[in-house]
Design a protein. Structure first.
Length: 620
């Protein structure tokens, strides 16, 4: 990997380290060799996690870290580059965990002069962390403790001014709910894996970063501008940019997924939903008039966010940014709820209390099935009729989960632990992998998705190693097994480079070209990346994340799926009769391990693989 550019290499890699225990901070610099190999965002975050958060560190201990990582493209105005990656050890899964959000925060970090922020230690009492170009201020936050995210941000912004952007927790994070999320001040969510609980364990209500005036440098500004212009031309010309996705956002696909047998319904007992049309953003906008504003992240022309408002009826006043596809699935079809206004109300409540909508919805759907099967009764649930389709009970349970109240205290543990408590064979339909509740996709009808869920580095999520959406958008049912390992490896590489930019999934997929991006990152960082270099960097990051979890005690036995998906054929839709048998899953995993050059039996990266990826320092 060579070097180019007017500035030879960029100055990317400036770290602000904050110790809440002492109230002090210091500036550190990541060496350029490390930057060249891990790029930024998720990649550099994985390296920091490996170096600093070992197996002896408990997720909710002061020694765990909250890491905010931008990338070399953040804040440059590039339309997909608004994301910030947050990383920690998860209190939900015990795995390496990252989550991401868009908005203004990343640009503020870089303009203030900080590429990465690492927060460690624990404050004696609730505090806000205010970060300015000149340093930090740790301010008392007891007056905000207990407030929902919107009210707390309102008071905080009135105090510190509008030049700050940041992230805040709600009561769920304060109460250490293991799937508590973190909200940004522009309606975005760091949703998955319990970052909110880790902040709460540190008595940290909010992290707010003041916009500075630092010029974000490029190693070769002239080359960067040329590539930027070329990519923007492609971006505007490609189908999907500025049409239906811009109008409806991620929530446009419910009806199509249901028609293809890919919309999990009633806790994955079905794969089609009779009210899929009603809960799609298309219907919410065009038929119900629920969308009142289009919103977008810093620098992005797509504006795929949809601010919705319920104007009348039992949920009048409910409003949220979205709901996005995953929230519509988790709080809608997974729970058998076809009322879009109820979903908006549930989404708003999750955001206000600081709960991941996916884990909350899937946990409630699990409880609904337990109740309907007779594994739970009204005595267990505190008198609640926890049945599919009961939108009022969903709202009650969301609040009870956030405050660990009554039956909600059981669901606050997450689906995995709740199933262990309930027993009676309920583990069979507890829809999680490694403790992480599944996203809204159906692996029985798209077999590549089985690898994504089973082998994902943060548990049963759809994002970490790519999303082969209906097997590379060749829509329909995909019964075939062969070739899926290479497919997922390829999508993992794309997703990992995206997350190390870090760039938005939705806009990025419409502008991505490996050659363009190798040139773009070369101009930004000053390290000459070929396409093969980017594939290697992606494999390096993926493998290091895998090694982190192995060091934590996870094995290939943990790369599995819920019993329902392996034993129970799809009951409805065009994929009727399909399942991922244990033999199928073994075949799929062997393909993926082989594609990654990990041991085919154990899934442990081979010594020669580590050496080839410059990870020879990784010891397992």
């Amino acid at each position: 990997m060579g070097k180019i550019g007017v500035n030879i290499v960029s100055d990317f890699g400036r770290v602000l380290r904050v110790d809440l225990s002492s109230g002090t901070s210091k500036i550190e610099k990541i060496d350029q060799e490390t930057v060249s190999r891990f790029i930024g965002g998720r990649g550099l975050g994985a390296k920091i996690m490996w170096d600093e958060v070992g197996p002896a560190i408990e997720a909710l201990s002061p020694e765990n870290k909250v890491i905010l990582a931008t990338g070399p493209l953040t804040g440059t105005g590039f339309p997909t580059a608004s994301r910030v990656i947050m990383l920690t050890k998860s209190p939900l899964t015990g795995t390496y965990m990252y989550t991401m959000a868009g908005g203004r925060l990343g640009a503020n970090m870089r303009q203030a002069g900080y590429d990465i922020i690492i927060v460690e230690g624990k404050a004696e009492k609730p505090v806000n962390l205010l970060i300015t170009p000149d340093g930090i201020k740790v301010r008392e936050a007891q007056y905000l403790w207990g407030m929902g995210t919107t009210l707390a941000l309102y008071h905080l912004k009135n105090e510190i001014g509008s030049s700050f952007s940041g992230a805040i927790i709600g009561p769920a994070g304060e109460n250490l709910i293991p799937y508590a999320g973190v909200s940004t001040d522009d309606w975005r969510q760091f949703g998955r894996g319990g970052l909110g609980a880790v902040m709460g364990s540190k008595n940290l209500k909010a992290i707010m970063v003041e916009k500075g005036h630092k010029q974000i440098s490029m190693a070769d500004p002239g080359q960067y501008k040329q590539i930027f212009k070329r990519i923007m031309t492609d971006f505007k010309a490609k189908p999907g940019n500025g049409d239906s996705f811009a109008r409806y956002g991620t929530g446009e696909s419910q009806e199509a997924r249901s028609a293809l047998g890919g919309l999990p319904t009633s806790n994955w007992a079905q794969c089609t939903f009779s009210k899929a049309r009603d809960i799609s953003m298309n219907y919410m906008r065009d038929n119900l008039g629920l969308v009142v504003k289009d919103t977008g992240c810093f620098g992005c022309p797509l504006r795929c966010g949809k601010l919705t408002l319920v104007k009348e009826g039992p949920f009048a006043g409910a409003s949220c940014d979205g709901p996005e596809y995953e929230s519509i699935f988790a709080l809608g079809s997974a729970c058998g709820i076809g009322d879009p206004e109820a979903i908006i109300a549930a989404n708003q409540l999750c955001d206000e209390l600081g709960l991941d909508t996916i884990s909350a919805g899937v946990s409630i759907a699990f409880a609904m099935e337990c109740f309907e099967r007779g594994y739970l009764d009204r005595e267990d649930t505190g008198g609640l009729e926890v049945r599919f389709g009961n939108s009022k009970v969903v709202l009650t349970l969301i609040e009870d989960i956030a405050y660990r109240r009554g039956f909600g205290a059981l669901l606050a543990m997450g689906t995995k632990r709740a199933a262990e408590q309930i027993g009676q064979g309920s583990e069979y339909f507890a829809m999680h992998v490694k403790g992480m509740e599944l996203g809204g996709y159906e692996p029985r009808t798209a077999k590549g998705q089985a690898i994504v869920f089973a082998a994902g580095n943060r548990g049963g999520c759809h994002h970490a190693i790519g999303l082969p959406v209906f097997e590379e958008l060749k829509l329909g049912i995909h019964k075939e097994i062969e070739g899926k390992g290479e497919l997922v490896k390829r999508h993992a590489a794309l997703r990992i480079i995206q997350d190390s930019g870090p760039n938005c999934t939705f806009a990025y997929n419409r502008s991505f070209d490996w050659q363009n991006w190798s040139e773009l990152l070369s101009a930004a960082l000053g390290h000459t990346y070929t396409i093969e270099d980017l594939y290697t960097a992606a494999a390096r990051i993926n493998t290091l994340e895998r090694c982190y979890n192995i060091r934590e005690g996870f094995t290939s036995a943990d790369d599995t799926l819920p019993g329902r998906l392996m034993e129970e054929p799809v009951p409805d839709g065009p994929g009727s009769g399909e399942r991922v048998s244990p033999e199928d899953l073994r075949n799929l995993l062997e393909q993926y391990y082989t594609a990654m050059n990990w041991d085919t039996d154990t899934g442990i990266p081979k010594k020669e693989t580590l050496e080839k990826l410059n990870l020879e320092w990784v010891k397992l």
